[in-house]
Design a binder for this molecule. Sequence first.
Ligand SMILES: [Fe+2]
Ligand SMILES: [Fe+2]
Length: 250
Amino acid sequence: MSLEKFPHFVHSKQQIINEFPEFIDKICQLWKTEFIPGKKGYPKKIKEEIESFFKPFAKSFSHLTIEQISQILINLLTLNSPEYAQHCQRTANLAYQLALNSGMFDSEDLTDIYYTGLLHDIGKMIIPRKILESKNGLSIEEKDILRLHTIMSFLILNIFPQTKRVAKLILFHHEREDGNGQFKVEKTNIDPKIWFIIIADYFDAMSSQRPYKKPLTAEKSLEEIIKDNGAVPKSTLNHMEFFLKKRNLI
Ligand SMILES: [Fe+2]
Ligand SMILES: [Fe+2]
């Protein structure tokens, strides 16, 4: 049986790119009509829309590797925000290098760390661009929507069998060692791999240009993280400091 006879079963990499703008328009509309400020959780209709868009592609892409799936998802994020797509790439590289230098992980963990870094903000592909690019601060409602990007990342990545494992790690990328992170998870319940994502994410946020701020030097970026007592464990900070010194960055 030739697949050409059933074109609706075959979703190409180009097709997901072509259909993405219409999907984003629908999602942006749902943020406007379905999101209730102050209410816990996220609009169920957004989850349904995410599933109906990505599930057929997940089936068609079942033969692809995690690397190929990640590339497709990063391409979609680039359509909504090239800056965050670059941030994801830098976070992945830094988290991987730090974890590798720490000597704490085997190659499977290192692969997970790389893809967790690469895909941690993938949910920002469905956060309205206006919120991502705001220069003058966000309203309370906009901040609430932005915070939901961790859950949006999870919902998208949980659909693809190749990224299911990193989806669970990504949920924790805005936790803190002192327990005051997004979901207030105790540090004993946090996978040690995630601290390398959190510190790389933090460092990149400090050292890169954002619509609302100028980039800091590597030294100042590290200082900011150290000043933020309780953000990450001391041991993770030590790995970062050692790594930056070794590279003559501080
Ligand atoms: Fe994030
Ligand atoms: Fe990030």
